[in-house]
Design a protein around this ligand. Structure first.
Ligand SMILES: Nc1nc2c(ncn2[C@@H]2O[C@H](COP(=O)(O)OP(=O)(O)OP(=O)(O)O)[C@@H](O)[C@H]2O)c(=O)[nH]1
Ligand SMILES: [Mg+2]
Length: 594
C-alpha cells in the first residue's frame, strides 16, 4: 500500500468508525440539541439566548474574505515531522482542522463531516528540522515555496482551493509573502483555529470571545511589506499605504498639523476601539458567571449544601460531550468536527451515593492553542479553574496520546488551575471500544525516499502529472532538486521586508520537539506534567463501559475533598476561636492548651 493510500486509509478508517458510531444517534436530533433542553443556571434564559443568537447574526468575523455560506476549500501544507507516527497524527489533525471550518447555522452544520472529501494536501521539507531555523521572509526555502505553488495550481485547476493552510506558526511577514507567492490567502495553525472558533461560535458569549481573539490575531498580523517597486505597501494585495485625514489639524495649523494617519495606524485604532467594546461586554459575562457560581455553591445542593461542579476537560474530539451526555442521560451536541463545543454546558448527575453534582462540558484544547484564544476565552475557562473536581478525558486511540495529555495539562496550568486540583484530577481513557482496521499491508510513511513520499502524499496529483505542463515541473525526479538544490538567494525583492519579525514558527517546532522529548523519551525520567502513569478509568462513552466505575470514583474523590475541607475548617475554626476569645484569664489558658 502506498504512503498516500496508507494515509487515506488511516483517515478513512478513523472517520468510518466514527460514522458508524454516529449513526446510532439521529443526526438531526444531534444537530438541534445545541438549543439546550436543560442548562442549569445558564447565564441567559432560553428566550434571551435565542435573541442573543439572532443578534449579530450577520457579523461573521473572518481572517480572510471567505464566503460564509459555503465551507472554504483549503489546501493543506504539512511540514515533515519525526517520527512518522507523529507526522501521521499531525497530518490527520491538520486534515480534520481543514474540514472543520464551516459556519454553524441555527445550531447545526449543513455538511456532514463524514461526507467531506479529504482536502488536497502535501507534506514538505520542514525548514526547522533541516536548518533549525526557518527563513524570516517565507518560512520555507524558495524551492519548497515553488513546489507548493505548482501543486496548488494543479489542485486549483480542478477548482479545489480557496486558501492555503500551513500547519505551522507563521509570522505576519511570512504569511503575507507566502500569500503573494501563491496568490491565495494563507492561514497558519493559529489563524485556522481562531477562524474555526469564529465559525462555530453560536451563543453571544462565544461570539464575543471568538471575535476578540480574531481581532487580537489580526492586530498582530498588520504588517507592511516592501512591494515590487521597493516601496512599502500595506494589505494582502499590496495596496499603497493610505493616509486618512485623522491627525491633520489636530496638533497645529497648516504644514505643522501632522501627516495624518497611515492605513496601518487606522486599522490598529479601529481594532483597539472594537477590542475595548468587546472587553467591556465580556466583563459583564464574567461577572454574571461569578454570581451564578457563588449561588450554586451556597444553595445549589440538597439540605442547603453547595452543589459541587465536576468539569470535564480534554483535547478536542476526545469525547467530552459524548461522556457528559452519557452520564447525565442528555444529548449534548457531539461531532467529529474539531471544536464542536465552544460554550460550557452544565448537566446534573446523581452519583452512586445519591449525591447530586453538576457536570460541566466545555471547550476542548489543542496543541498550540492560540494565546489570543486562551485570553479571550477567560470567562469560559474560569469555569474550569473554579470547578471542584476535574475529569480529564483522553482519546486512547490517538497515536500521540502523550502529547494530548501534556497539552491539556499545560493549558490547565496556564489558565491557573491549582496544583492541588491537578493532583486530584481523574484521568479517563475514552473510546476503548475503538478497533483499528486491518493495517497489515500498511507501510510506514517514511519507507524509502522521503521526498518521494512528499510527492505521493500530495492528494490527487499523481494522475494529473503526466498531462499537465505544470505537473512536469513538479515531477518526482525534479522534486528532490526543487527542494534541495535551489539556492536560497532566489527571493525577489518583495520577499524581503524591512519590518523586524520573530520566528514564531521556530518556537512552535521547538516546543513540539520539547514535547516529543518529554513524551517520547524512554529514559524513564518523569516530567512534572507526566506524573500520571496511566488512566484511572478506561471507558467507552458510546457503549457505556466503565461509566459506573467513573461515577464511583468521582463520588470517592469528592468525599475525600469534603473530608479534607472539613478538617481544614476545624483547624481554622480552632485558630479563629483562640484568636478572638474574650481575654478571660481561664479561657485564655485553655486556648493555649488547645
Ligand atoms: N468509538 C468511539 N467514539 C467516540 C466515543 N466517544 C466519543 N466518540 C466520538 O468522538 C467524536 C468526538 O466526540 P465529542 O463528544 O464531540 O468530543 P469532544 O471532546 O466534546 O469534542 P470538542 O467539543 O470538539 O472538543 C464524535 O464523533 C463521537 O461520536 C467512544 O467512546 N467510542
Ligand atoms: Mg464537545
Amino acid at each position: 500500500m502506498s504512503a498516500l493510500s496508507a494515509l487515506r486509509y488511516r483517515f478513512n478508517s478513523l472517520t468510518q468508525t466514527l460514522t458508524v458510531v454516529n449513526q446510532s444517534l439521529n443526526h438531526h436530533t444531534q444537530s438541534s440539541i445545541l438549543v439546550p433542553t436543560f442548562i442549569l443556571c445558564s447565564q441567559f434564559s432560553s428566550k434571551q439566548q435565542s435573541n442573543d443568537r439572532n443578534e449579530d447574526k450577520n457579523d461573521v468575523v473572518s481572517l480572510f474574505n471567505r464566503d460564509p455560506t459555503s465551507p472554504p476549500r483549503l489546501f493543506v501544507v504539512q511540514p515533515r515531522l519525526r517520527p512518522d507516527t507523529f507526522l501521521q497524527a499531525k497530518l490527520n489533525e491538520a486534515l480534520c482542522l481543514a474540514n472543520s471550518l464551516e459556519e454553524q447555522r441555527e445550531g447545526y452544520f449543513e455538511t456532514d463531516f463524514f461526507d467531506k472529501a479529504l482536502p488536497p494536501h502535501i507534506v514538505v521539507q520542514n525548514p526547522i528540522l533541516r536548518s533549525s531555523r526557518a527563513r524570516a521572509d517565507t518560512y520555507f526555502g524558495p524551492g519548497t515555496v515553488e513546489t507548493i505553488k505548482c501543486h496548488l495550481y494543479t489542485s486549483e485547476s480542478k477548482g479545489e482551493v480557496d486558501a492555503v493552510f500551513v500547519n505551522s506558526i507563521l509570522s505576519g511577514i511570512q504569511q503575507r509573502n507566502l500569500e503573494r507567492a501563491w496568490g491565495k490567502p494563507v492561514l497558519d495553525r493559529v489563524g485556522l483555529i481562531i477562524e474555526i472558533f469564529n465559525a462555530h461560535a453560536y451563543t453571544k458569549e462565544a461570539k464575543l470571545q471568538s471575535e476578540l481573539a480574531a481581532l487580537m490575531y489580526k492586530k498582530s498580523r498588520l504588517v507592511r511589506v516592501r512591494g515590487p517597486d521597493g516601496r512599502y505597501t500595506f494589505g494582502t494585495t499590496g495596496e499603497a499605504e493610505v493616509v486618512s485625514a485623522r491627525g491633520r489639524g489636530s496638533g497645529g495649523r497648516g504644514f505643522i498639523s501632522g501627516a495624518g494617519e497611515t492605513e496601518l495606524q487606522l486599522q490598529r485604532r479601529r481594532i483597539l476601539e472594537r477590542r475595548n467594546h468587546l472587553l467591556s461586554q465580556i466583563e459583564e459575562v464574567r461577572r454574571t458567571r461569578a454570581l451564578q457560581r457563588a449561588a450554586r455553591k451556597r444553595h445549589g445542593g440538597s439540605h442547603n449544601k453547595g452543589l459541587a461542579t465536576v468539569a470535564v476537560v480534554g483535547y478536542t474530539n476526545a469525547g467530552k460531550s459524548t461522556l457528559v451526555s452519557a452520564l447525565s442521560e442528555s444529548d449534548l451536541y457531539s461531532d467529529s468536527r474539531l471544536f464542536a463545543t465552544l460554550d460550557p454546558r452544565l448537566k446534573s448527575v446523581i452519583l452512586p451515593s445519591g449525591r447530586k453534582v453538576l457536570l460541566s462540558d466545555t471547550v476542548g484544547f489543542i496543541s498550540d492553542l492560540p494565546v489570543q484564544l486562551v485570553e479571550a476565552f477567560h470567562a469560559t475557562l474560569e469555569e474550569l479553574v473554579e470547578a471542584d473536581l476535574l475529569v480529564h478525558v483522553i482519546d486512547c486511540t490517538a497515536p500521540n496520546l502523550d502529547e494530548h495529555r501534556t497539552t491539556v495539562l499545560q493549558v490547565l496550568q496556564q489558565i491557573g488551575v491549582s496544583e492541588e486540583k491537578l493532583q486530584s484530577m481523574i484521568e479517563v481513557w475514552n473510546k476503548i471500544d475503538y478497533e483499528e482496521g486491518d493495517m497489515s499491508d500498511d507501510e510506514p510513511l517514511d519507507d524509502g525516499d522521503e521526498d518521494d513520499i512528499a510527492s505521493e502524499i500530495s492528494s490527487g496529483l499523481e494522475d494529473d502529472k503526466a498531462n499537465s505542463s505544470l505537473a512536469v515541473e513538479c515531477s518526482e525526479g525534479d522534486f528532490e532538486e526543487t527542494i534541495d538544490n535551489i539556492q536560497d538567494n532566489c527571493s525577489d525583492g518583495w520577499l524581503l521586508s524591512g519590518d523586524d519579525q520573530e520566528n514564531v514558527g521556530d518556537h512552535w517546532l521547538k516546543s513540539l520537539d520539547d514535547q516529543r522529548g518529554e513524551t517520547l523519551n524512554n529514559s524513564g525520567t518523569e516530567t512534572k506534567l507526566q506524573s500520571q502513569a496511566g488512566p484511572h478509568v478506561q471507558i467507552s462513552a458510546i457503549t457505556g463501559v466503565g461509566l459506573q466505575e467513573l461515577l464511583e470514583l468521582i463520588d470517592e474523590r469528592l468525599k475525600t475533598q469534603d473530608e479534607t475541607l472539613k478538617a481544614q475548617n476545624v483547624v481554622e475554626r480552632g485558630f479563629f476561636d483562640r484568636k478572638w476569645r474574650p481575654s478571660h484569664a481561664d479561657d485564655a489558658g485553655m486556648a493555649v492548651e488547645q
